[in-house]
Design a protein around this ligand. Structure first.
Ligand SMILES: [Mn+2]
Length: 295
């Protein structure tokens, strides 16, 4: 699993008193971990962006520590930072949770009978390649990353090694690595580089309205006689972008709504809130500019 972005702080018009968006992120993380709490998996790995900010709110740190403490009693856990956790996680989650390994710097980790090359996010592909080579020396079963890979897609954008400084390609992958688990890319997807499979579980809760239509997931690997992996969808809060008032009938209660275009009026906002949905705050167009141009 990856990109849980815990501690997100956002407010919506019409949301119940005391509701916090951070609760959604925590709930989807807990849902993602249900198979682990049920004893159905042997290892849990989190490939970065555990928190939304590099200095997370104290409450988010406490919630993460409580959950990881509970989890570490059931199953071994490996957690690494993403680009959002750019100060690392040892300063927040700490190293003292039994069963939980926090890996802030590239390292080779042996856990649950598996050899993992753990390589947190790096800004330059060449640096990533040398860190990955060190972490995977001697062979690994999985390489854990938080990186954009050549060919990854986010909406209509495709990452390309060489064109984007932090994007890595097959040429940066250590020889012999056949399974890569990576965070960073929020839409779930997978890539094939020759013998290597690169799998992105995607963010565990929608972090922006650009993810409104995405299925949120974890990835489960089965290492049996046959090796296979599968996405498991998570229950997450619906998000909807509404561009015209005629869409009112399609809006479900407890949905996060962004109003755009002809739907962006205070009158329609009130109707959406009456329908039980919660609206992203927006500002009126700049009146001063309008008045100035009228003179
Ligand atoms: Mn992320």
């Amino acid at each position: 699993m990856t990109d849980t972005h815990l501690g997100v702080d956002r407010w919506f018009v019409g949301s119940p008193r005391g509701w916090r968006r951070a609760d959604d992120h925590l709930a989807s993380l807990r849902a993602a971990l249900a198979p682990a709490f049920a004893g159905e998996v042997n290892l849990v790995v989190h490939t970065g962006d555990l928190f939304d900010r590099s200095l997370p709110p104290a409450r988010a740190i406490e919630e993460a520590r409580v959950l990881l403490t509970e989890l570490g009693r059931c199953v071994p856990v490996v957690v690494m930072p993403g680009n959002h956790d750019r100060r690392g996680l040892l300063g927040s989650v700490g190293s003292g949770i039994s069963g939980v390994q926090v890996v802030d710097e590239a390292a080779r980790v042996e856990v649950a009978g598996l050899r993992l090359g753990v390589v947190p996010w790096l800004a330059l592909a060449a640096d990533w390649a040398s860190a990955a080579a060190r972490a995977c020396a001697g062979g690994v079963d999985f390489l854990l990353a938080h990186q954009a890979f050549d060919g990854c897609r986010v909406n209509r954008f495709t990452f390309r090694a060489g064109r984007h400084p932090d994007t890595v390609g097959p040429e940066h992958l250590p020889k012999g690595v056949t399974r890569v688990l990576s965070g960073h890319i929020h839409p779930r997807q997978s890539l094939r580089y020759g013998e290597a499979t690169v799998v992105f579980p995607g963010s565990s809760e929608r972090t922006s309205f650009t993810e409104a239509d995405e299925v949120k997931s974890t990835v489960t690997w089965e290492l049996d006689r046959e090796v296979r992996w599968v996405f498991t969808a998570l229950p997450v809060r619906p998000m909807q972008v509404v561009a015209h008032p005629s869409a009112l009938g399609t809006i479900q209660a407890d949905t996060l709504v962004r109003l755009t275009g002809a739907a962006r009026t205070r009158e329609f906002e009130r109707e959406v809130v009456r329908a039980g949905a919660w609206v992203e705050p927006w500002k009126e167009p700049d009146r001063q500019v309008a008045l100035f141009s009228m003179r």
